[in-house]
Design a protein around this ligand. Structure first.
Ligand code: GLP
Length: 238
């Protein structure tokens, strides 16, 4: 694991964007798996700034998102698909045929997990998976206890995950989500984990450096190319 300490949210965004820019310089057609949440917002703004400045292009890049709420259609503002549309697809000028987001309202969720994995395979596998961290150690919607070999699946969401996800409209988050599995993430050629916010136990579990099934993030330690950019817990969150 390569651990980089970011002094503030701007540095986290800049360093994260540098990792993505380096990946796209190596392979413009790279497949990126992208997270939602507060942590990557500054990163997406920084990427958009570089695109506007003509310093970066994602026209050839392929995009999937990590996870989605089961039963929430992509057109719903509370969906992760809508988040990625708003913060990534539109501002970064992505090519529509290169974007495959989870369909939370899929009639057959199991078929949807297989379809998303098939698209990833058709695009040659994930080149760079960018991940956030949940307070209980989840990555994407791989909740505590998820086996390392688990592929894309329908996940029962932890209470803390649902509480953190509750939107401003007060609608309770769904009980289940669709997510890439730990196996899908570990198969990515590179991993970039972004950590911000008060998640003391999850941070501590990662720093112990031992794989622990109760802390899914520690499974990433088994990956040969893991970069972690960590914002000090006392710094203002993005
Ligand atoms: C949600 C998402 C995760 C994300 C996590 C952290 O649970 N499913 O993919 O990493 O929240 O969110 P935040 O960055 O807002 O702390």
């Amino acid at each position: 694991m390569r651990l980089i300490a970011a002094r503030d949210a701007h540095e986290l965004a800049r360093l994260g964007a540098d990792v993505i820019a380096a990946q796209l310089a190596r392979e413009p057609r790279s497949l990126l798996a992208l997270p939602t949440g507060r942590t990557p917002l500054g990163l997406y703004e920084e990427l958009a700034r570089r695109v506007r400045a003509g310093a970066l292009s994602l026209r050839a890049a392929r995009i999937v998102n990590l996870d989605e709420f089961l039963g929430i259609p992509p057109g719903d503002a509370a969906s992760y698909a809508a988040f990625i549309q708003r913060h990534v697809v539109a501002p970064l000028g992505l090519t529509a045929e290169h974007v495959r987001l989870w369909r939370g309202d899929a009639a057959d969720p199991l078929a949807e997990t297989r379809a998303l994995e098939a698209q990833i395979a058709a695009w040659g596998g994930i080149d760079l998976a960018i991940l956030g961290l949940g307070a209980n150690g989840h990555v994407a919607f791989n909740e505590p206890g998820t086996p390392r070999h688990r592929r894309a699946h329908v996940a029962r969401l932890a209470d803390s995950t649902r509480a953190a996800a509750q939107g401003p409209d007060g609608r309770p988050a769904p009980l289940e989500g669709l997510t890439l599995g730990l196996a899908d993430l570990l198969e990515a050629r590179r991993l970039l984990l972004l950590i911000a916010g008060a998640k003391p136990e999850a941070r501590a579990a990662l720093h112990r450096g031992i794989e622990d099934p109760q802390w899914p993030v520690t499974r990433l330690l088994g990956h040969p190319d893991l970069t972690v950019i960590e914002l000090d817990a006392r710094a203002a969150s993005p």
